[in-house]
Design a protein around this ligand. Structure first.
Ligand SMILES: [Zn+2]
Length: 149
């Protein structure tokens, strides 16, 4: 203890008239640590020599079993999350395969429709040619009749 600490202790001892009671007890409770701010206890110090774990952010000692249990519970949650994600991936793959099948079918229908459109265009063209021939035939007959009549 440094000289400053001894002065503080002697001041506290003078101030607290019952300080000697603690000295007579076999078991003394530690003061409760100041927990004014919330700490998620995410950074953990594993102390091999004291066989303890402690939060590196706030210094709070943690029960090893409770901490291990919390890790196991987190892994259980991850397990469920992983199962859910795998099921989602499987469904997405099935949807993708359905879409790919639909795409192939749609491309085939478009091709069939293009062939039909070509046939219709060809028939229309032939009908137009035939119409021109018929008109030409009637037109020449009229002009022949007109000159001859
Ligand atoms: Zn903490």
């Amino acid at each position: 203890m440094s000289g400053g600490d001894e002065k503080i202790v002697s001041f506290v001892q003078r101030y607290d008239v019952n300080h000697d009671i603690n000295e007579m007890k076999n078991f003394v409770e530690a003061d409760k640590p100041n927990e004014s701010r919330f700490c998620p206890h995410t950074n953990i110090l594993v102390d091999e020599f004291n066989r303890s774990i402690r939060c590196r952010l706030c210094g709070q000692a943690m029960d090893s079993f409770d901490y291990l249990l919390s890790l196991a519970k987190k892994e259980t949650k991850l397990d469920w999350e992983l199962r859910r994600l795998r099921s989602e991936i499987k469904k997405s793959r099935e949807n993708l395969q359905n879409l790919q099948r639909e795409e192939v079918n749609t491309r085939a229908r478009v091709k069939t429709a293009q062939f039909r459109l070509n046939d219709v265009n060809l028939a229309l063209h032939e009908a137009g040619e035939t119409l021109i021939k018929i008109k030409g035939y009637h037109g020449s007959r009229k002009s022949v009749n007109g000159k001859g009549g």
